[in-house]
Design a protein around this ligand. Structure first.
Ligand SMILES: [Zn+2]
Length: 368
């Protein structure tokens, strides 16, 4: 018989971990909670990601010995704001916050399920070796995953417990994303006395944005300008303006093509008004798409059925730690945890979803 996760204890663990303050780069108390629960049972190590990103904690790696090929389970410790003083309550089978903070089921539901899994693991028969990677600063750019110590990781495939779909769903494809900052340089002049001498940088930025194709470009590509700033006063022709935006695509060549389009519109707008523009792009994350025979997809299918769930595979629209892991050569999918309205004060999770998540984690650990 397989060891079962204790439902009441799981719910208690979730409430405890949800109550800990821990936005990106401030995960110290979350990391200490996990260590205090697990370090008597399994080796727990912390990498240097905290120093690398100027945070107060690194990623935690819990190594659980077993038989066969090791797999990696990932959950992030940070939550978005407002996350100070989270008070949980259970109503109509749902766990929710008091309404003035997020709940933080994203991703503390996964943290709780994995802590409970680790405590139950010693009693599970025919269990493969497990590595639990609790990452920092996922919400602010996947920084923990990007700075993790992969020399210590032996898992040949990974399951990132971080999708908002219900348990049973898995995200097997995600877009790549590039972020742009463009700074337009014009020339300042008195707007009333000698406007002829000025070159208006805000006008440059505006005409660049006006001619860019933005929004949904095609079924797998999007573009956005989300920030604009510049200027000093109404009577000064602005010499500087800045825009920030992003491009996402599931298709790397479409991503590159849309990046080129945005570059062109920026340069054209600057040139037409006699100014210039500096453009800098940074890669946020790389796209991935796993086929149906990929090891984590195949294991997920078997494990979901063993847990009484019908496996469903979807493409996602955002980045997660799985983008970083896939780019590092560890085939990874993101599994649904059942959090609803994440990143809002209406966030909630069904107690039944939390239990299903823990059962699914057990099945992934033990299904042949
Ligand atoms: Zn998340």
């Amino acid at each position: 018989m397989k060891a079962k996760i204790n439902r009441r204890k799981l719910l208690r663990t979730f409430k405890e971990v949800a109550a800990i303050y821990g936005p990106g780069k401030r995960e110290r108390d979350v990391a200490d909670y996990i260590s205090s629960r697990l370090e008597r049972l399994w080796p727990v190590s912390e990498d240097g990601a905290g120093d690398a990103i100027d945070g107060d904690a690194g990623n935690l790696l819990v190594q659980i010995e077993g038989e066969g090929e090791p797999v990696l389970f990932v959950a992030h410790m940070d939550t978005v704001e407002p996350c100070a003083g989270v008070k949980t309550k259970v109503e109509d089978g749902y766990v929710m916050s008091g309404g003035d903070t997020i709940l933080g089921a994203d991703d503390r539901a996964a943290v709780a399920a994995l802590v409970e899994l680790a405590e139950a693991a010693a009693r599970m028969r025919a269990r493969r070796p497990l590595e639990l990677l609790f990452t920092v600063a996922e919400e602010i750019g996947l920084l923990g995953a990007k700075h993790a110590d992969y020399a210590a990781v032996t898992g040949k495939m990974a399951f990132v417990f971080d999708a908002s779909e219900p348990p049973g769903f898995a995200v097997v494809a995600a877009p790549g994303s590039e972020l742009v900052t463009a700074t337009f340089h014009g020339r300042a002049a008195h707007a009333g006395i000698e406007p002829e001498k000025g070159i208006n940088a805000i006008k440059m930025a505006a005409s660049a944005v006006a001619t860019m194709r933005l929004g949904r470009i095609d079924h797998e590509t999007t573009g956005n300008v989300g920030l604009i700033s510049g200027g000093r006063a109404t009577n000064i022709i602005p010499e500087r303006a800045e825009i920030k935006g992003e491009v996402r695509s599931h298709d790397p060549s479409k991503l590159a093509a849309h990046v080129a389009h945005i570059n062109e519109e920026i340069k054209k707008a600057a040139a037409e008004s006699g100014g210039d523009a500096e453009i800098s792009w940074t890669q946020a994350y790389v796209s991935y798409r796993l086929d149906e025979d990929a090891p984590p997809v195949a294991l997920f299918r078997r494990a979901a059925r063993a847990a009484g769930l019908e496996p469903k595979f979807v493409a996602g629209g955002g980045g997660s730690d799985a983008n970083v892991l896939n780019a590092r050569g560890i085939p990874s999918i993101v599994i649904g945890c059942g959090m609803e309205n994440p990143h809002t004060t209406d966030e909630r999770i069904a107690a039944a979803s939390l239990e299903k998540l823990a059962e699914l984690a057990t099945a992934l650990a033990t299904t042949a």
